[in-house]
Design a protein around this ligand. Structure first.
Ligand code: MN
Length: 361
């Protein structure tokens, strides 16, 4: 088993490299799932559209599956509406789970190889078992504002931790390192059983690292969790967890229930698309996301400024409360930004620690 993973990881890296070379030579553009009329917008965004230069990415290969094909067409319609290029892997380039990080890595490198003005800035990965139900929501509202430039990965989590069904990757060398480490996980740590969703588990473990990586601090400080229903709304066996206004529905872990549930949603969005469409303004996501990132920024800035104060204090000054509280705020930003009450609690405790230690007690 570990040897199999090792071979797969090596294979994945080699295949990604080989594909990249092929692309560089042929300037290949994967848009074949789109109807012919849409391929024209794969390179040129509509005027005023796609200001953050997002591309959507997915994969679908193997036995034909009309439900997945229809699901991806809902993403194509969303991409066309907002001027996003969409890339869909249609060949099995790696081994099962590892296709996803391999393909994303190849696209990130491909974008980085372009002059900066022509690059996409972010890749939005969408699983083929997800359907856009409200195409009026643009993907860019969920991205960190440009001044939060240390955030390179935006995701969501569920009871099992990180879920990589719907995630945003920053086109940046940081992401190349993160994906290389993810793909290399079975190669370097073959004794660790990554379980059923091996690529997701490998990425989750890499994202928790606070050593190594591009700047010696791991990857933990480069990610943020959004509240999952905002970007990765689940369909449960009994119901949809979201509400009208949500962007999409994702069907993880439903086993045989997946197919009738997907068919129902596809019928709705294809036959009565306005049933679940709601303008961005009415959905509330514009304000919610702005507020989310404003709080994220405020907590980050507070932690940074207290950290700086600590470093300027004469040695011997008591700072242990403050330092512990700064660390806790940073941990909350990395792992619990999707739980606003957890973040707020840590911010409050940091303010209290500053007060207590500054009062000279
Ligand atoms: Mn999925």
């Amino acid at each position: 088993m570990p040897q199999g993973f090792t071979r797969r990881a090596i294979g994945a890296l080699l295949t990604a490299t080989a594909l990249l070379l092929i692309w560089r030579v042929s300037n290949y553009d994967v848009t074949s799932l789109a109807p012919p009329s849409s391929s024209s917008n794969s390179q040129i965004a509509k005027p005023g559209g796609n200001p953050r230069r997002i591309a959507k990415v997915s994969m679908l290969y193997g036995n034909p599956n009309p439900l997945y094909e229809r699901a991806l067409r809902s993403h194509e319609r969303h991409a066309q509406r907002w001027g996003y290029p969409m890339y869909v892997l249609e060949e099995d380039i790696s081994e099962g789970f590892w296709n996803k990080p391999s393909y994303v890595l190849s696209l990130v490198i491909q974008e980085l190889a372009k002059p900066p003005a022509k690059r996409c800035e972010w890749l939005m990965w969408v699983d083929a078992d997800s359907i856009i139900i409200n195409p009026a929501i643009p993907a860019d509202i969920f991205l960190p504002p440009p001044d939060l430039s240390e955030i390179h990965f935006v995701a969501s989590k569920d009871q099992n931790g990180l879920n990589t069904g719907i995630v945003f990757f920053h086109v940046h060398p940081w992401t190349v390192s993160m994906l290389v480490e993810t793909l290399g996980h079975p190669l370097y740590l073959p004794e660790i059983d990554l379980g059923r969703s091996a690529d997701q588990e490998a990425m989750a473990r890499i994202m928790k690292k606070t050593t190594g990586g591009p700047e010696g601090q791991g990857y933990a400080a480069g990610m943020a969790y959004l509240p999952r229903p905002w970007i990765n709304t689940y369909e449960w066996h009994h119901a949809y967890e979201g509400e009208k206004g949500n962007m999409l529905v994702h069907f993880p872990g439903l086993e045989d229930d997946r197919w009738p549930h997907m068919a129902n949603w596809l019928d709705i969005v294809e036959k009565t698309p306005l049933e679940w469409e709601m303008p961005l303004k009415e959905s509330g996501y514009d304000e919610l996301t702005r507020e989310f990132w404003a709080k994220f920024r405020a907590a980050r800035d507070l932690a940074n400024s207290v950290q700086e104060d600590i470093s300027l204090l004469p040695s011997g000054t008591s700072t242990s409360l403050r330092q512990a509280a700064v660390n806790n705020v940073r941990l909350a930003l990395q792992q619990h930004a999707d739980e606003p009450e957890v973040l707020q609690q840590q911010v409050n405790e940091l303010k209290a620690a500053v007060k207590e230690e500054s009062s000279g007690r």
